[in-house]
Design a protein around this ligand. Sequence first.
Ligand code: F6R
Length: 607
Amino acid sequence: MCGIVGYAGGRDVVPVLLNGLKKLEYRGYDSAGLAIVAGGRLEVKKTKGRLGALCSLMEGRKAPGAVGIGHTRWATHGEPSFENSHPHTNCAGDIAVVHNGIIENYQKLKKWLQQEGVVFVSETDTEVVAHLINRFYEGDLLAAVKAAVSHIEGSYALGVVSEKHPDMIVAAKKDSPLVIGAGRGENLIASDIPAILEYTRDVLFLEDREVAVITRNAVSIFDEYGMPAEREAYHVDWDAAQAEKGGYEHFMIKEIHEEPRAMADTLMSRCRDGMIDLSDIGIDEALVRDISKVGIVACGTAYHAGMVGKYIIEKLARIPVEADIASEFRYRDPLIVPGQLMIIISQSGETADTLAAMREAKKRGAKIAAIVNVVGSTIAREADAVLYTHAGPEIAVASTKAYNTQLMAIYMIALELGRLSGHLDTADYQRYVQGLNRIPALMNTVLQTKDQISRFASQQFSQSSVFFIGRGLDYVLSMEASLKLKEISYVHSEAYAAGELKHGTIALIEDGTLVVATAMQRSLFDKTVSNIKEVKARGARVLAVCFEGSDMPADIADEVIRLPETDDIFAPLLAVTPMQLFAYYMTVEKGFDVDKPRNLAKSVTVE
Ligand code: F6R
């Protein structure tokens, strides 16, 4: 996944690159490096480990007016090491490359280059790019990069500098994100907007197979045929401060506190006077007249939002819904029927599996509506229509506020499909829309459970295994709760449909095993309570989550989290936050890096 950044301008390039990398560390953090062209010489500094190690290495080094590129790595080819860190250079050490993506045919290219006498020093796929550029270089860096990328199969966002061209960065992109920041007397490239926001709010998006030359005073973009490409700047209206911690100890806890606002903004962007309007994304009478099926495709947390979508769209609109994990969907020869709507959910809008699944569905004739957080991202650009969530930048690797806003978007779609299909009458529609509108305010009450959850986590953090159980929407919520806990606290956990436990998994419950039971589906409350009793009888310690007024028997739960009353169908919107807080506090107690869990990265742009 890796993050790349580049700068051409009058400032000292070293802090600009290091600050940019800091904003991109969520994309990978196992090594980092810089290449600077200053005084006609290319200088490369890189090191294994977190960005702090590179900052120490660069201490005291100043390079005003130089051009430079930087990289933070999430290892794909070769372990995190000095040799495998970017930037990579050609043998003469006068061309340097940073790369995000995967060069799929790198072995073939490497063999060919080795036969020509090139000596490789790393195990990476990226190193072939530096040598390829050198192989095609005849005095024109842009032409050499173009020739090199024409031989590459796979995905790439590239930043290239050379000491023979001390004023320029050449950038190229295919299937990995790359933005260009257009400043005054300075221009930048980066994998993501927060890295450049301190210097400019005007952003140009490079399209697939385009290359660009970036100098201090100009940005020139060329399409795959070498023709100049026009590009309008997108003005970023969110603040750099939104991508900072703002006094919180971690991004994750800050982002959880932003949920009420993010959910309200997402709802308000589409809801006026008690009516939701999604006609501009094609959710209208005409669509519903022909609709036969809805497909939902996403990965990880976004997939769990999709699973909620399956339950509520089927319930409110009585339209069959299939929810798929993107990496499975793309290879299972999926059946797309005429009149099928595909909903693609992605925070980053760049997830490789989700993007490929979307392309597959499009190829097979589905109409695509994407729920995306990052404006201008690839999925947003390629979908037929986009429903943007308004979570703002999400920096912590574990998704929190973005998930809540994805749910908001899904509820809006379900309500509209219900109204348009005639399965929801006006009174029910209005009641649900009012209920949805009350959620952001109720979320402020939900956040007040944090002291109780923090206290409970301080007693439970040494648990080696946790089971999350629930029925119906509470089961889907449990899947997300379990993912959140395991990804940041490294505690093994499983989500189970409460009624399914007795078919095998209950064998794992022993004295003291923690079971987190959600019982927020009133119609299933008694059944869930029976399942809680089953685990309690086998010695489990139980954390129960229910509505304020629920009649949770005092003898079966060791701790009860009570949440404000709302309709059962909105339960996941409220109940996920205590689960996120639980994962957060368990991780803090264990002393792990909450925002940057091991082996993960924020934006998964590899398959
Ligand atoms: C978990 C998490 C991941 C992402 C998944 C999809 O907290 O963040 O499971 O949800 O990698 O990412 P997006 O939504 O960017 O497509």
